[in-house]
Design a protein around this ligand. Structure first.
Ligand SMILES: *Cc1c(COP(=O)(O)O)cnc(C)c1O
Length: 392
């Protein structure tokens, strides 16, 4: 049996996968089990910050797994505290709680918001989120996400969530009531099509949340850790939130998530929340390398320059071949629209046969989220393959 038949036979049939079995990666390149190579514009959905097989990350992880792989949060471990210090010292927030995934980071933000609302705002518990947002696949984060197709199979959803259109400040203002504990948004909506929150809107959210005395939460699971050309996405907006959720890029491919909170919102008491694997020594050994590299002088300047180069090339070539109708993004989190869902699907497939891996975000949007370490030459090589796939 081939690998893909094995999957069909044994795996819960819950994914629609590309017909490619990847076996090895190096930098921004991947190889399948038939020896074909691909340039990677996906980074495992904005995860492999330093590319595949980064020597420093591999060595740190190998050293850590040999000395201490896991011991639980009943003890102090050193990689976790080194990452905690780096995150807090380089952010506008004060404390960290480590988890394993984006959903768990969002879930933790929701629990903190509820505890805070219960104790500091007369039992407020409701969270307002944006339509077309994405916060994870647990029951509560599915309720926060709001997309009917994600919710219906699992109804009834937990109560306490209200959804409003993105970039409509009045809608948030009108929706806040005595029951509201927090507003939670992505700064760039990743899964639903790289939809950007406006700077004015995000600054307005801070003002409205302060006026009403409710928390402002940014789901930075995808925008965090250099993806937008700043260590944290909120730096692009000049706004300090009360809580942020992180995951995807933090471990450079190892599973780790984190919640950063301001001091007044750091309300979880012993026994109220936990995570067996959260902030494990191995994941944190990887995150330590990721953070040191992303924060090294010049690294984020290059991410911004690379992102601008990609956007400029997409705009330049927009009218040739299959037309590109819109280009948007921040740093190396870029989306562009083609004229229809079918064209977008077709371009992704043709690009793959030209040796370029791309993923979609929403029906007619293709997302470019490569490793942050990708070179300009590799970006051009990939964009050439994309042009060929569009017949440009
Ligand atoms: C991917 C994503 C999540 C969910 O992360 P998982 O690790 O898949 O649970 C949550 N929020 C945002 C903004 C994401 O992009």
């Amino acid at each position: 049996m081939g690998w893909q038949e094995l999957e069909a036979r044994y795996y819960h049939q819950a994914f629609r996968r590309f017909p490619v079995t990847l076996v090895r990666g190096e930098g921004s390149r991947l190889w399948d089990d038939e020896g074909n190579s691909y340039l990677d514009f996906t980074a495992g959905i904005a995860v492999t910050t330093l590319g595949h097989g980064d020597p420093q990350l591999c060595e740190a992880v190998a050293d850590q797994v040999r000395s201490l792989a896991h011991i639980s949060n009943l003890f102090y471990t050193t990689p976790q505290l080194e990452v905690a210090q780096r995150l807090v010292d380089n952010s506008a927030l004060d404390r960290v709680f480590f988890v394993n995934s984006g959903a768990e980071a969002s879930e933790t933000c929701l629990k903190i918001a509820r505890k805070w609302g219960r104790t500091q705002r007369d039992g407020a518990y409701e969270v307002i989120t944006a339509e077309h947002g994405f916060h994870g696949r647990t029951i509560a984060t599915t309720a926060a996400t709001g997309t009917p197709a994600y919710q219906e199979p699992f109804a009834p959803m937990p109560s306490g969530f209200t959804h409003v259109p993105l970039n409509d400040l009045d809608a948030v203002d009108d929706s806040i009531s005595a029951a509201t504990a927090a507003v939670m948004v992505e700064l760039v909506q990743g899964e639903s099509g790289v939809r950007m929150a406006d700077v004015d809107y995000v600054q307005g959210l801070r003002r409205v949340c302060d006026e009403h005395g409710v928390l402002l939460i940014f789901d930075e699971v995808q925008t965090g850790i250099g993806r937008t050309g700043r260590l944290f996405g909120y730096e692009n907006f000049g706004v300090t939130p009360d809580l942020i959720g992180l995951a995807k890029g933090l471990g450079g491919g190892l599973p780790i998530g984190a919640v950063l909170s301001s001091e007044t919102v750091s309300v979880l008491a012993p026994g109220e929340h936990g995570s067996t694997f959260g902030g494990s020594p191995v994941a944190c050994a990887a995150a330590r390398v990721v953070l040191d590299r992303v924060m090294a002088p010049g690294f984020l300047d290059e991410v911004r320059a690379k992102g601008e180069h990609v956007q400029a090339r997409l705009r330049d070539g927009a009218g040739r071949g299959d037309r590109i109708t819109d280009v948007r993004g921040l740093g190396l989190m870029i989306g562009f629209d083609l004229e229809s869902e079918d064209v977008a699907t077709d371009v992704v497939e043709k690009a793959r046969s030209n040796g370029l891996l791309l993923i979609k975000a929403g029906p007619e949007t293709i997302r470019i989220v490569p490793p942050l370490t990708i070179t300009l030459d590799e970006l051009d090589e990939g964009l050439d393959a994309l042009d060929a796939a569009r017949g440009a």
